[in-house]
Every structure is written in structure tokens, then in C-alpha cells.
Write a protein that binds this ligand. Structure first.
Ligand code: A2P
Length: 270
């Protein structure tokens, strides 16, 4: 064990980083965990953005992009991470404990933001694995429901245990008076698995859209550029394939500088 790397910083903190304290760590499965750090009072972000994080364990620490999973109004910052065996950051990051120091760059960024989308009726958030993180922030954001009458969060994982984070998010919203009033009946979670027979909904999101199954299950019309907007977050392959499906439905990619009918995020770990 390399416990020494988790001690309070012994290396100088890079000028472009905050050094924050871990307040909570929860391991969901042997592949996934979430953690929270203190929030610097000057740190502002838009829901859906990511920020580079690392550990104070080297002169030039390894930094990786992590979507911020907490809401803009919360006092701590949450991240949801995969544990990659031998991964340059996650091999150490998965061992953090309450009280440890995490480095966070001062400037968040990203295209998975409401400002990069044209107005629409229904917002689709497509995620696989830890790609649900930016949506954890966006589904607890007032502006999301101000702008869209219907919000559908899709989450596809290999097995049922990996769906727990998304299920807990929904339960958290229902249990909170303010959030449940804000969200009302506008938000729906559509989760599926691809490698576990013990779940009613099966299949990759790309296949479920192409075959039309998801629209039948939800009782909504197929995606059109007139009414539907999309946000995509997952692995490189998932981003590419889901983007291609949305383009076949007639949607076009947007960015902060030129809003469109869907946006794609590329916040990866390792
Ligand atoms: P599959 O099990 O068929 O690979 P991972 O944990 O590898 O990131 O995968 C998370 C989920 O994303 C899995 O259910 C996986 O399905 C799915 N997935 C992987 N690649 C793609 C892709 N190109 N398009 C859509 N879904 C994908």
C-alpha cells in the first residue's frame, strides 16, 4: 500500500489548483465509488461542467477530468469515479479517506451545459457508467425544469449493482421537499443493463433508440429536432455511437459558442 501518497500535501500546491479536504467516501461496487470534497468559497461552476482533479503526491501531479456531480447550490463538491486497476490517477484516488487532500483546478469547463442547447420541449440525458455524473448535477438544477417540460435520464451499465447511483439520486430527489416540488413529474429515469439477466430492461441505449423500444416503453414519440434535445456522456465509443444515432434523428451538435440540438461531453478518467 502506498499510504504516504494520501497524507496532507508534502509537495507545493500548483498555483492553478485548490487543495481541498475529502469529507465523504462511499464505495458502490469494486469498480465504482463516489466522494465529496470541501468547496472553496470562490469556486463557481455551471451544472454539467467538469474540472481537473488530482492528488498532491508528486511535483507534477496526474490530473484527470471529472464531471461535477453535485448541484451548484451545495456546500461540498461530489465526484463519481471508476476504479481502473493500474490507472495513473484512480489506482491512488480509490484509496482516499475522509480528511485526505484532493487537488482541484480552479477553472471548471465543459460543453454539457444548458446554454449550449437551443430551446426545446424534451431533454434527453444519455449516460453510461460514471457518465451519469454531470446529469446528477443537472437534474437538481432549477434552470433545467425552467427550460424543459420533460427530462428523461437514461443510464446503462453492465450490471444491476452499477445502477445504484442513479436510483439513489432519484430517491434523494423524491425524499427532498424542495427538490421534489421543483422537479414534479417532469423527470424520468430509464435505466438498462447489458450483462446481467436480473433486470427487466436490457440493452445498449443506441440499440434501444434505433429499434424504437425506448420510445414505446416511455410512451413518447421518436426523437425529432423540432421538440427534442440531447446530452451525451459516457465512454469514447458510446459518445461516438450515440452521437451518430442522434444525427440520424436529425439533431445537430451544439457548443457554448453556437447552441445546437445536442451536446457531447468528453470527461474521461485514465
Ligand atoms: P456492453 O456491456 O454491451 O459493452 P463500460 O462500463 O464499459 O463503460 O460500459 C458501460 C455501459 O455502456 C455498458 O452497458 C456497455 O454495454 C455500454 N456501452 C459500451 N460501449 C457502447 C457503445 N459504443 N454504445 C452504446 N453503449 C455502449
Amino acid at each position: 500500500m502506498t499510504d504516504t501518497i494520501l497524507q496532507p500535501a508534502t509537495y507545493p500546491i500548483p498555483a492553478n489548483c485548490f487543495a481541498q479536504t475529502v469529507t465523504e467516501v462511499q464505495h458502490h461496487t469494486d469498480r465504482l465509488f463516489r466522494f465529496r470534497i470541501t468547496r472553496p468559497s470562490s469556486f463557481r461552476f455551471r451544472s454539467g461542467e467538469f474540472v481537473m482533479i488530482g492528488l498532491p503526491n508528486a511535483e507534477r501531479p496526474v490530473m484527470r477530468a471529472y464531471s461535477i456531480a453535485s448541484s451548484a447550490w451545495e456546500e461540498t463538491i461530489e465526484f463519481y469515479s471508476i476504479k481502473v486497476p493500474g490507472g495513473p490517477l484512480t489506482e491512488s484516488l480509490q484509496r482516499i479517506r475522509e480528511g485526505d487532500t484532493v487537488l482541484m483546478r480552479k477553472k471548471p469547463t465543459g460543453t454539457l451545459v444548458l446554454d449550449a442547447l437551443l430551446p426545446g420541449k424534451r431533454l434527453w440525458m444519455f449516460s453510461t457508467g460514471t457518465g451519469i455524473a454531470p446529469f446528477a448535477s443537472l437534474i437538481r438544477e432549477f434552470e433545467t425544469y425552467e427550460k424543459f417540460g420533460q427530462v428523461i435520464l437514461t443510464h446503462t451499465c453492465r450490471d444491476v449493482a452499477e445502477l445504484a447511483y442513479g436510483e439513489a439520486l432519484m430517491a434523494g430527489i423524491r425524499a427532498d421537499d424542495t427538490l421534489s416540488e421543483m422537479v414534479g413529474d417532469k423527470l424520468r429515469l430509464y435505466n438498462t443493463v447489458t450483462r446481467d439477466a436480473a433486470f427487466p430492461r436490457q440493452g445498449r441505449i443506441t440499440d434501444l433508440m434505433t429499434g424504437g423500444r425506448i420510445f414505446a416503453d416511455l410512451g413518447v414519440p421518436p426523437i425529432t429536432p423540432e421538440t427534442d434535445r440531447g446530452m451525451i456522456c459516457g465512454s469514447m465509443a458510446m459518445l461516438r455511437d450515440t452521437k451518430a444515432v442522434l444525427e440520424r434523428f436529425g439533431l445537430t451538435e451544439g457548443a457554448n459558442s453556437s447552441p445546437g440540438t445536442f451536446v457531447v461531453e468528453r470527461a474521461f478518467v485514465d
